[in-house]
Design a binder for this molecule. Structure first.
Ligand code: GTP
Ligand code: NA
Ligand code: MG
Length: 409
């Protein structure tokens, strides 16, 4: 742990790719389970998450029914993914959903590793598939590009160790961290009603540690965690950062993509949940791009007062995708006392109206992959408005994080 209480956490890896290219079979093989065989029609219907150990370290895999679920989660501000594995069947090549998956991974601005899958099949044309990827601007490292391609087979297990190694190497470079000692915050990946257990929510813990007995609010669902199960349905008492966990004890099935957090009292949780239910706003709240909040923030918000210091920002980005990804990341910088306050965000160059707004709101302008109009630049100089240019999402996040920490002092 470092001085801020942060410790390395396992990477969260989402598997994307065209239908039937072998995503679920691959995860099954990695964890030596047998889910694909149990799926109706061999088609993945919902998101599932599993943890796999490799060289003594955990990796969390999120298997999806495809690109749509991933895009939907991101649209709800639920940026749970650190890394994308793009599964492309070598016998089929780049297909429409492969292309969509590539766009989603790019918009999320997370590293991507290609699994050139079904490599066990005779007579597959690897080069043709690599060409298809290159046409989508996914340039394989072996061709001088920056995307690692690992040849795999979920059927025989070939290449899966190498895939795990490539994932862990990427994780080491990025140093994903969280604070295991704080109250848990995270996202509901999926939820359903179970005959014996009632509403069961499949959570992924993004920060902190979730414990049996914790009071949880998730969308408009609330309750005391009665029992928790790991991805093999073994009962567990606590779940740390990056861990997928099935939780029972909530009063209803929360919306997939809703953030959850821990509150101090069941009465407070009930009150907040009832407000949300009453207002019929659970859907809206889940899609508000709201970052997980702490108890104090929630209660302050409920009382209509703010107990936090704000860092006002204006965001401009080149595309809706990068803007959305940046927003989600910024709103995830959770900190009990200081928070990012978005005064305005939009797609396109920084213009004069952005600068005027920044001036009145005492905000800094973040220009991500985008230019500043010459007249806006002039005005900014004149008024002393700061415009910061960035090309890399992590640099924005790092800078804002240290700024928030600075505000705390
Ligand atoms: P959806 O979730 O429906 O999008 O499919 P998926 O990508 O999860 O594919 P799934 O794992 O269901 O596999 C689809 C079919 O391909 C199944 O019949 C698998 O047995 C087969 N398959 C998967 N991986 C491999 C592989 O590496 N080699 C071969 N030969 N067949 C594979
Ligand atoms: Na399938
Ligand atoms: Mg599947």
């Amino acid at each position: 742990e470092d001085e801020a209480g942060l410790a390395l956490r396992p990477p969260v890896v989402t598997i994307l790719g065209h239908v039937d290219h072998g995503k679920t079979t691959m995860v099954d093989r990695l964890r030596s389970g047998n889910t694909a065989a149990g799926e109706a029609g061999g088609i993945t219907q919902h998101i599932a998450a599993y943890q796999v150990m490799h060289n003594g370290k955990a990796v969390t895999f999120v298997d999806t029914p495809g690109h749509a679920a991933f895009g939907e989660m991101r649209a709800r501000g639920a940026n749970v993914t650190d890394l994308v594995i793009l599964v492309v069947a070598a016998d089929d090549g780049v297909m429409p959903q492969t292309e969509e998956a590539i766009s989603h991974a790019k918009a999320a601005e997370v590293p991507m590793i290609v699994a050139l899958n079904k490599i066990d099949l005779p007579g597959v044309d690897e080069q043709k598939t690599l060409q298809g990827l290159a046409q989508q601007n996914v340039l394989p490292a072996e061709w001088g590009g920056d995307v690692e391609v690992v040849r795999t087979s979920g059927e025989t297990g070939q290449g899966l160790d190498e895939l795990l190694e490539t994932i862990q190497l990427t994780a080491e470079l990025n140093e994903y961290k969280a604070n295991p000692d704080r109250d848990a915050v995270g996202t509901c990946l999926e939820a359903f009603r179970n005959e014996g257990r009632g509403p069961v929510s499949w959570f992924i813990v993004q920060n902190g540690t979730l414990k049996v007995g914790d009071v949880v609010l998730c969308g408009s669902a609330y309750g005391k965690v009665r029992a928790m199960y790991d991805d093999r349905d073994n009962p567990i008492k606590k779940a740390g950062p990056s861990m997928p966990v099935k939780v029972s004890g909530l009063d209803e099935v929360p919306a997939a993509g809703a953030h959850f957090f821990v509150l101090k009292s069941l009465e407070d949780a009930r009150e907040l949940a009832e407000q949300r239910k009453f207002a019929g706003r659970s859907e809206e709240l889940a899609s508000m791009n709201q970052r997980p909040q702490t108890f104090d923030e929630i209660m302050a918000a409920a009382r209509g007062e703010a107990e936090t210091t704000d860092l006002p920002l204006i965001l401009k980005a080149d595309t809706p995708g990068s803007l959305q990804a940046l927003k989600a990341e910024l709103l995830n910088l959770d900190n009990p006392e200081v928070r990012v306050r978005l005064k305005h965000s939009g797609v396109g160059p920084v213009n004069e109206s952005d600068v005027r707004l920044a001036d009145t709101a005492a905000a800094v302008i973040i220009a991500f992959h985008t230019e500043t109009d010459p007249r806006a630049e002039q005005l900014a100089d004149q008024e002393g408005v700061e415009i910061r240019d960035y090309q890399i999402i992590y640099e924005v996040i790092d800078d804002i994080r240290s700024e928030l920490e600075g505000l705390l002092k």
